[in-house]
Design a protein around this ligand. Structure first.
Ligand SMILES: [Zn+2]
Length: 317
């Protein structure tokens, strides 16, 4: 099935072979395939965040970013992901002396090298850097937004320590500059995080949002307004946010009539694929319901209408 992916972090999508090549180029011969595979098993969410930072030390030059971007795009094309909106997190690479503008353009160049790849970018402004730096990063990437095809802004990172309301000014500016808006909310923090992303930031989509199920009023609101949720089932299981697929909120959210999409988040780190996420749904949903989820991703995307028409046609075939 041709698929659309809306919640994918490029840095977490680098296939292991390309990551090992980046590690080799960095000059580290201690990390082999086995060490990398061991690092990609997580005790909890904090351990996942530590590993995320650890891996980024090897993506230390624009040439390496371009190289891994090409590998990510090839993987997406191979898995029939016909359109994606993908996060990149520029501040994670400041320690390598890489500016957000040049990083955005390097991701763009690498992604565009692969025929058939169609990936728009969302800048993850990384909430842990605080509101002032987030605002600065936004201003920097804005300079190259058109050239790098950056269509939206988001905030990932530590939800409870950096609640959405802190970032209201930059989200206001992003909206008036024509960017689409999403935010990680309701992944590790509870319903207030989702309410705040909706009310204080005016987001058009929610990253994860699975803990919305703890508040029936919020589930009703999400179902009524059809604000899309970028749900990532395997990610939640691997980081320990959800203990078992049977207890995953995705079932309740779909049954309540929410606009649920499924996504991989960090497929290389979680060892998952978008096909695999749809297969997980197949244990409880019939074909029609699965196609509805796939269709929801097209409607929730920020692709221009002519492209959405093409994507709808592709899904029907
Ligand atoms: Zn994410």
């Amino acid at each position: 099935m041709p698929k659309v992916e809306l919640h994918l972090h490029l840095e977490g999508a680098v296939p292991p072979a390309a990551m090992l090549e980046a590690i080799r180029r960095h000059g580290d011969d201690e990390v082999d395939a086995r060490v990398l595979a061991d690092r990609y098993v997580f005790r909890d969410f904090a351990d996942f965040v530590d590993t995320w930072v650890w891996k980024n030390r090897y993506l230390d030059s624009l040439a390496t970013i371009e190289y891994v971007a090409e590998a990510v795009a090839a993987e997406l094309v191979a898995h029939r992901v016909v359109y994606a909106e993908a996060f990149f997190s520029p501040t994670d690479f400041a320690e390598h002396g890489l500016a957000p503008q040049e990083l955005a353009l390097a991701w763009r160049r690498g992604l565009d090298r692969v025929p058939g790849s169609d990936v728009a970018l969302i800048v993850d402004l990384v909430r842990d850097t605080g509101p002032d730096r987030v605002a600065r990063t936004f201003d920097q990437v804005r300079e190259v937004a058109e050239e790098a095809r950056i269509v939206g802004v988001g905030i990932g990172g530590t939800e409870d320590r950096f609640p959405p309301a802190l970032f209201q000014p930059v989200y206001r500016r992003a909206r008036s500059a024509g960017f689409h808006l999403t935010a990680h909310a309701g992944e590790t923090a509870g319903p207030p995080s989702v309410w705040s992303a909706l009310r204080d930031l005016g987001v058009e989509r929610i990253g994860h949002g699975v803990r919305a199920v703890e508040d029936p009023d919020l589930v009703r609101f999400l179902a009524d307004t059809r604000v899309p949720l970028e749900v990532c089932p395997t990610s939640n299981l691997r980081t320990g946010v959800v203990s078992h697929l049977d207890r995953h909120p995705v079932w309740e959210l779909i049954a309540a009539g929410c606009a649920v999409t499924v996504n991989t988040d960090d497929p290389a780190m979680f060892g998952c694929t978008l096909d695999g996420e749809y297969e997980l749904l197949a244990c409880r949903l019939d074909d029609g319901a699965i196609r509805e989820v796939a269709g929801a991703a097209i409607e929730a995307s920020w692709a221009a209408e002519p492209r959405r028409v093409e994507l709808r046609r592709l899904l029907e075939t």
